[in-house]
Design a protein. Structure first.
Length: 333
């Protein structure tokens, strides 16, 4: 892969909070720059690299990226962490992480390849002034911590980890952390999993998100007058499908143990269509999400399974005659 020219990425503001938490835990002085990014939703990748360099000059840890990743919490990764916690398998969670990883870490774009019995997650090469061993190792370590702590997996089975930079004096520090072979001076930064591991079911010790989704489902059902048991099940299936980006009629009909034609006939009897029902759920959810000041429009679009924030904004204006920003402002006033 060739380095990306003129690339200027950004990172989620929560990663600034992660560095703040690490610095406090280590008793480090909070720099003016680190204090500044605490109030930003996103900030430039070059600033992220600079903040890491500043901390490294003070701490001089041989594995700083790995050390910092130990302090990550769901709030540092934003809404994607909570969505992944609602997934059923590791494959589904990694798919969601891959689809929207740039919301968290828009530094080195991800590529995913299947190679025989293994799945490779790779990072494209960035210009030398942006990428370092620390930026690469924290990107990889965040995924590992994401799987280990947020998805409550018993064990993390990694086949191999590769880094671009030359090997440090003590490679064993990395191999103890990842519990696998770690290679340096490789063509790309890379995380390799056994393919069969992706079917691992996710054990959720914390059901907070599920409870939240069910509360939303019940609130939505109150807006369905004269609803039948089938309507309630359909509403809940669409709601959960939107969270997992798997809400097409084929998948929903299968969950309801119906054929697509049976479901369509039921909706026709109510003078509606499946797409209209999905939009009703989206509209009601959007209004609930917009009342949460901590959710950005980009995160709300993601929760509603829109590929672009602009698509969500267009749809919302069709529903209400207002943009999401205008609706939120009126509501807060």
């Amino acid at each position: 892969m060739q380095p990306i020219k003129d690339y200027a990425g950004s990172v989620y503001g929560g990663l600034g909070h992660l560095l703040y938490a690490y610095s406090q835990a280590k008793g480090l002085k909070i720099s003016d720059q680190l204090q500044l990014v605490q109030n930003l939703e996103r900030f430039d990748f070059s600033i992220w690299r600079g903040l890491l360099d500043d901390i490294n000059r003070v701490v001089q840890s041989p594995t700083l990226g790995l050390d910092i990743a130990e302090y990550v919490q769901p709030k540092h990764l934003g809404i994607i962490a909570y969505i992944a916690q609602s997934c059923d398998t590791l494959s589904e969670a990694l798919t969601r992480y891959y689809d929207f990883h740039r919301l968290i870490y828009d530094g080195s774009p991800l590529k995913v390849e299947v190679r025989g019995n293994y799945l490779s997650i790779q990072w494209d090469l960035l210009p030398e002034h942006l990428t370092t061993q620390i930026t690469d190792e924290i990107a990889i370590a965040l995924i590992v911590q994401f799987l280990k702590h947020f998805l409550i997996l018993d064990d993390i089975f990694i086949h191999e980890v590769n880094f671009i930079q030359p090997a440090p004096k003590d490679v064993s520090l990395y191999e103890r952390y990842f519990h696998c072979k770690v290679r340096f001076s490789q063509p790309r930064a890379e995380l390799i999993f056994p393919l069969h591991y992706l079917t691992t079911p996710i054990k959720q010790a914390d059901q907070t998100l599920q409870k939240l989704l069910m509360q939303q489902a019940k609130a939505l059902l109150e807006n369905l007058p004269n609803s039948t048991q089938l309507d309630e099940r359909l509403q809940q299936s669409i709601l959960m499908g939107l969270q997992k980006n798997n809400y097409q009629i084929e998948a929903i009909a299968q969950q309801l143990n119906m054929s697509i034609r049976q479901l369509q006939r039921h909706l026709q009897s109510q003078n509606t269509t499946y797409q209209q029902r999905v939009q009703e759920v989206r509209q009601l959810l959007a209004m609930q999400y917009l009342q949460d000041p901590h959710l950005s429009l980009q995160e709300i679009a993601l929760l509603l399974s829109y590929s672009e924030q602009s698509a969500f904004q267009r749809a919302f204006k069709q529903w209400t005659g207002l943009t999401p920003q205008q609706w939120r402002k009126q509501r807060s006033a």
